[in-house]
Design a protein. Structure first.
Length: 137
């Protein structure tokens, strides 16, 4: 058994509300709140349904890249010197990640016409049931 003096201490991981692991990050920081908002926004853009672990990680990666791009854009507006190539690369990478996620989620979604047909069929069936129940009384 290793002695306490030789054991390596690792930062404890916290489980957040959404089950995301964050190593000792204060969730009250402005950047942490913005990150959560971006993750939630990107997830809702993808349909709001349950995402696979890979898709969740891609959303988190896109949110982190978008957050960094926003920080650099804020620095530009504040008049500080910023590597504009870095801003362009980050923006392009975020767009690329989100395009891949949208393409993947579009394959699993029914098209609008199919949803409309299902809705109309359901409404017609409900109306028929209601008229049958009303006529029996």
């Amino acid at each position: 058994m290793p002695s306490p003096a030789t054991s390596v201490t690792r930062p404890r991981l916290r489980r957040t509300r959404g089950g995301t692991l964050l190593p000792r990050v204060d969730g009250r920081l402005l950047a942490a709140r913005r990150f959560r908002t971006l993750v939630e926004t990107f997830e809702s853009e993808l349909g709001g349904g349950p995402l696979s672990a890979v898709d969740r990680e891609m959303v988190r990666q896109a949110a982190a890249v978008a957050l960094r791009a926003e920080e650099l854009q804020t620095a530009i507006v504040a008049g500080r010197n910023v590597d504009t190539d870095a801003v362009i690369r980050l923006s392009s990478e975020c767009r690329r990640i989100m395009a891949g996620l949208k393409e993947k989620s579009a394959k699993h979604k029914p098209d609008g016409a199919q949803k409309l047909q299902q809705y109309l069929a359901q409404r017609t069936a409900e109306a028929a049931d209601a008229s049958e129940d009303g006529g029996a009384q």
